[in-house]
Every structure is written in C-alpha cells, then in structure tokens.
Write a protein that binds this ligand. Structure first.
Ligand code: GLN
Length: 499
C-alpha cells in the first residue's frame, strides 16, 4: 500500500498485543480476585497481615517494571522480555497452585511456596508489563492519528482480561471450600501460558511497524553474551530470587518499601532538576509530572481497595444471594473492568461532544478523584447505621464500582499520555519510572489503609478513630475529596505550566 495514503482500521499486530495482554491480565486479576481470601481462609493470616502483603505485593509489581524496561531496552528486546516474563509469571501461578494444594498437610512449606509464588509474579510482571505497552505505539508511523485509539483498544484488552479473570478463577477457586482456591491459581497460570503462546506464534508475522520491520527484537548494540541461554536463565533466576526476598522481607522481617520508593523518587528528582542542560521551561513541565503523580497516589490507594478491604466487605458484609445462588465475593472484582468496557465508548463520545469545552488533563484528573470520593460516599450511605454483622444489598458495592470506574476513565488513560507529552526526550524513561513509582506507592499505601478495616476493633489513622464501616469509608471520601479539591484549585496553574 502507498504509505502516503491515510490508513483506516488498525494493523493486525494490535490484536496480537490485545490478546497477549488480555490473557496476562486474566492471570493477574484472576489471581488477585482470590488473593486476600486465600490468605485469610486457607493460610489463616489475619486481615491486617493479609492487607499488608496485598499492598506489598501489588506495590512491588509496579516497581519491577523499572528493571524489566531497562533490560529490554538495552539487552533483550521487548519480545524476548515479554515471553520470559510471562513464563516466570506462569511458574509463579503453578507454585501458588502447589501452595494451595498443601497448606493443610504441610503449612510451613506452603508458606514458603506462597512467598515464592508472589516473588515470581513480581519478577515476571517486571519484564512483561512495560514492554508490551511500549510496542503498541510502535505499530504506527510517528504522527499517526490512530495511535490514541490504538491505546483505547489496548485498554479494552486489559479490561476484557480483567473482567473475565475474576469470573473464571472465582468460579473454580472461590467455592466456599478453601481447598479449592488452588484451582484459581491453576486457571490463572493456564491463562498466562495462553498469553505466551499467542505472542510466540503470532508476533513475528503481525507485530510489525508500517515498513514491515518486526518490532521488539533484540536491540542492535546488545552484547551477544547477554542473550546466551545460560546467562538469560541465570539472570532471571537471580532476579526472581531477589524479588522473592523483597516480598518476604517486607512482609515478615521489616518494612522498607516506603523508604525505598521515597529514596527512588528523591534520587530521580535530584538527577533531573540538577541537570544543567534542561531549560527552565522543561523543568517546569517536569514539575507538573511530579505534582500530578503525587495526586494520583491518592486515587489509586483508595481505588485499589478493590482487591483487599472491599473484598472483605463483599465476603462478610454484602448479601450476595440471588435466588438460590450465592455470588462468590471474588466476582465483584470483575465489576470495575466490566464497567470500563461498557463506559469507555461513552466517555470518548463525551469528550468529543464537549469539543473546546473539554476539560484539560489536570481538571479531568481532579474530576476522577471527585468521582472516586463520590463512590465511597455512596457506599458509606449504604452502611450508615447498619448494625455490625448485618449484610447490605449488593447495590452499594456495584454502584460504588460504577462511580470508581467513571473516575478511572477520567484519570487513568490521560495520565500516561501526559507523561509522554511533558517529558523531555532525555528523561522520557526516567519520568515514566516516576509514574510507575507513584503507582507502587499507592498500592503499598492501599495495603496499609486496608489494614484499618474495622474488624470488631477500633483502628486509627492520623488520630481519626475508625469504629465501623461508615467511618472507614468516610476516610476515603475525605482523602480523595480533599485531593480533588486541591487539584481543582491548582488545575489552571498546572495547565499554564504545561503549555
Ligand atoms: N487496570 C489497569 C491495568 O491493570 C490500570 C491500573 C493502574 O494503572 N494502576 O493495567
């Protein structure tokens, strides 16, 4: 085809990346749907410990992409990194399957296998996630208008997997019998293998740029030794052992993750702001990325309660009977992704319709935080004055997830493109790292906040006493609401700094 002709539709490669990412997210969210249930009902961890492990695990999952992205760019290329990362994650799920098979007969070994499985998931995701996202844009020529819609299609892939994973894994694993959780890990592991199979068989044929060059191959100046099978194996093994150590120490020995994240952010900020080659204007734009990343922490730390406190709430405080059927609590984790698939076209239409009245990125993010606060206000209403032990209607959790998803659609898709647009080329990857680190921070913090879930005892957050679920949910209303308010106030200033 003549290259000057504007092209319609999307290259087939996008659908290969769609399917690969879909099955990986199936694996990630399917496993996450039962994770805290498995910890509290099979491994018999208490809710605070389970919440902390949840936060540390999901936090580390967002930290390792910094390493995986770096290794792929310099040594292995995207394709090799994705396939290897996928295989490591699949092994992680199978290790968890064994853990779920022997937690009764050999609890000590099961606990060891549990942290090993989580560590492998953390290590594998580091190689998978950043590298697949990077290739989506590379399917198109530099200024191709289809890029934005390609990322929307890809986001649909993420959420199709995120919607189906909890259903399938919940169906097999969350049966009411803790011995069945293992089937969820097995199903997730099989999904992960399907992802790798899709990439292995279809990548070279379809994942090509507009000149038909295969994408994500080994970088040209990568030393051959770094790709020797033995070294690749050893590299993955060492990285996996480190990841297992990281989650084990964070959960059982001492909590270092907050300090590590704080240290990384400070170091990156120092590196960038002390760089003499950057102009004052560029530094101004970089500071917008830092400010926005800071606010995003408040969003995800409340949003990611989904896999922790909100799952406890679904399990214990929500009436899940539908006729003679009891809906597994893990199914509720599929609502967010299901709503994304349903609402995303609506939001795309809305922004288009608003035309020149479409809010700027910071204002949209503030709106996202506001909708999140509204979601928590909705569920706080649902539990207000409800005696402890009484189960409330599913409508509260469902409505809250619908509002949270509207918030996500205002905030999440524009975040990445904002970073892309504002970052000076020289620091593009490093600033992407800031974005990921903000996510890591938020997830770790989510675990800490979930640990405040009132479980017959009073918990405290900065002097605020939480004695019941109403108090608990109001904490998130206040946190997200205050962040929304401040971001609204400074949105205009940020907008001028960006332009
Ligand atoms: N749900 C999306 C995903 O899994 C985005 C999550 C996030 O950015 N924290 O990729």
């Amino acid at each position: 085809m003549n290259q000057a002709t504007p092209q319609k539709g999307h290259p087939k490669g996008l659908y290969v990346l769609f399917a690969t990412e879909m099955w990986e997210r199936f694996n990630y969210y399917g496993m996450r749907a039962i994770l805290v249930l498995f910890m509290t009902k099979a491994l018999m961890f208490d809710k605070v410990f389970a919440s902390n492990i949840y936060g540390s695990y999901t936090g580390l999952v967002y930290l390792t992409p910094l390493v995986g992205g770096y290794i792929a760019d310099r040594y292995w290329g995207n394709k090799r990194s994705i396939i290897l990362g996928g295989l490591v994650m699949a092994i992680g799920e199978f290790v968890l399957f064994f853990c779920g098979s022997m937690y009764q007969s050999n609890p000590e070994l099961a606990a060891l296998l549990f942290f090993t499985g989580l560590g492998l998931m953390i290590a594998g995701n580091g190689f998978f996630k950043p590298n697949i996202s990077a290739m989506v844009g590379q399917l198109y020529p530099e200024n191709d208008k289809r890029k934005d819609s390609a990322y929307t299609v890809f986001y649909m892939g993420i959420n199709t997997g995120g919607a189906i994973g909890p259903f399938v894994c919940g169906f097999f694993g969350d049966t009411g019998n803790p011995a069945d959780f293992k089937w969820a890990f097995l199903a997730a592991g099989i999904g992960m293998l399907l992802s790798v199979v899709v990439m292995h068989f279809f990548h070279n044929k379809y994942v090509v740029d507009h000149n038909k060059n295969i994408l994500g191959l080994t970088p040209q100046d990568s030393p051959a030794a770094t790709r020797k099978p033995l070294y690749v194996f050893l590299g993955l093994l060492i990285f996996s052992i480190i990841s297992i150590g990281l989650i084990y120490v964070e959960a059982n020995v001492f909590s270092y993750l907050f300090y590590l994240l704080l240290g990384s952010i400070s170091l990156i900020a120092f590196l960038i702001f002390s760089d003499k080659t950057l102009s004052a204007l560029e530094k101004k734009k970089v500071s917008v990325i830092f400010v926005v990343s800071f606010f995003v922490i408040f969003f995800w730390s409340a949003f990611e309660q989904a896999g922790a406190s909100l799952t406890f709430f679904a399990e214990e405080q929500t009436n899940r009977t539908l006729g003679s059927y009891t809906i597994p609590s893990s199914f509720f984790q599929s609502l967010n992704s299901t709503f994304v698939v349903a609402f995303a076209p609506l939001f795309a239409w809305l922004w288009l319709k608003l035309g020149k009245y479409e809010p700027g990125s910071p204002a949209k993010m503030a709106l996202g935080l506001f909708l999140l606060a509204l979601g928590y206000l909705w569920i706080a209403f649902g539990v207000h004055n409800v005696a402890s032990g009484v189960k409330v209607s599913m409508i509260w959790l469902t409505g809250m997830y619908a509002l949270h998803t509207c918030g996500e659609l205002c905030l999440s898709p524009i975040g990445l493109s904002l970073v892309n647009k504002l970052a000076p080329i020289k620091f593009a990857s490093l600033l992407m790292a800031v974005w990921f680190t903000a996510n890591a921070f938020a997830n770790k913090f989510a675990g800490v906040l979930s640990g405040l879930y009132p479980d017959g005892k009073t918990t405290y957050f900065a002097g605020y006493a939480i004695t019941n679920l109403f108090d608990f949910f109001i904490l998130f209303v206040a946190m997200a609401g205050a962040a929304a308010f401040v971001l609204f106030l400074i949105a205009r200033k940020l907008k001028t700094m960006m332009d």
